[in-house]
Design a protein. Structure first.
Length: 329
């Protein structure tokens, strides 16, 4: 999360609608390959307005077109089971050949996904996953636990390896953000005895809540030196809260992802570290794995994608900036 997901900067509804409407309209039946007989594949993302998922959608659309697939995409308006479930039900009714999905919960949607699989649709889990190993022919995601470790190391250096640090994230039960928290907290405990870990807080993916939480934490812990934001929306809220409290830059912030607003915040010094994922690769490889399944070829059950830590000093390097996310195709 996109996970929590997976949970990131929410762009205007109009932009999201245009991007996804364009995606659906640009059905890929005109691709160069007809070997798959115009197989139909659908992508359901975690939050449709999120640049992480927009970047993934754009790459999946391009790869689907190249393979001659009919491609459509949709996504949840917010990170919530009750919002995503109707989208899954709609897909079940249309019975596509392949479904790529970022489930917004590790277990609540499993029965629906198993029903879709039993009807013959190949399911690829992208970004987030479910705990039942029988769901999905492939699972493609960042190594989120490793990403949490990378964030801990980078943030500890920014903090001078002293003070208190807190994690603020979306909600428990999201595979990606749970793994990030695990990696971060274990790395901090193992390597940085001068840093005190405060209990993790959850903001339900609401920036205003994160802003309030960081201000309350500052009041209770004047030695707060760092914050790890589990996703983009949280990072946005933390930055706002620190700015309102007059502590911007004094309290160091490491955030997941590299969406346009986050990149601007990094440049301005509001955020000090971004841990960028590679959503384009996730989208491309998901289409490739479905193509392999359609053709009776071997499918990779688990695929991990690249992550990179970005600071203000490295953000202009082309090998780094290529990981910045898109706001549209």
């Amino acid at each position: 999360m996109s996970s929590t997901h997976s949970k990131r900067v929410v762009l205007s509804a109009g932009l999201a609608a245009l991007v996804l409407a364009g995606t659906a309209a640009c059905s890929s039946s005109g691709g160069s390959s007809t070997a798959f007989g115009h197989k139909k594949i659908t992508l359901i993302t975690g939050v449709k307005s999120d640049p992480f998922y927009i970047t993934m959608t754009c790459a999946a659309q391009a790869e689907a077109k190249a393979k001659g697939f009919d491609f459509t995409a949709d996504g949840s308006a917010q990170w919530d089971v009750s919002v995503q479930r109707p989208l899954i039900d709609s897909v079940a009714a249309s019975r596509p050949d392949g479904l790529m999905i970022s489930p917004v919960d590790t277990s609540a949607l499993t029965p629906s996904l198993k029903q879709i699989q039993s009807a013959g649709t190949k399911v690829a889990l992208v970004d987030t996953s479910v705990t039942d190993p029988s769901v999905g022919i492939t699972r493609i995601s960042s190594d989120n636990e490793k990403g949490g470790q990378v964030a801990a190391d980078a943030l500890a250096q920014q903090m001078g390896q002293k003070g208190s640090v807190i994690v603020i994230s979306v909600k428990p039960g999201i595979s990606t953000t749970d793994a990030r928290i695990k990696g971060f907290t274990e790395e901090m405990a193992a390597k940085y005895p001068g840093i005190t870990m405060l209990p993790t807080l959850y903001d339900n993916d609401l920036p205003a809540t994160a802003a309030s939480q960081i201000q309350s934490t500052l009041a209770a812990h004047p030695d707060l030196g760092g914050v790890f934001a589990g996703n983009t929306n949280t990072g946005q809220g933390i930055a706002t809260g620190l700015q309102q409290a007059g502590r911007q830059g004094a309290v160091k912030v490491a955030a997941f992802d590299a969406e346009p607003d986050e990149v601007s915040a990094l440049k301005a010094g509001t955020l000090q570290v971004l841990v960028a994922q590679d959503p384009a690769s996730i989208g491309t490889q998901a289409v490739d794995q479905l193509a392999a399944a359609f053709g009776g070829q071997p499918v990779q059950k688990e695929i991990g994608t690249t992550m990179v830590a970005i600071t203000k000093d490295t953000m202009n390097d082309p090998d780094v900036s290529k990981y910045f996310y898109k706001a549209g195709c």
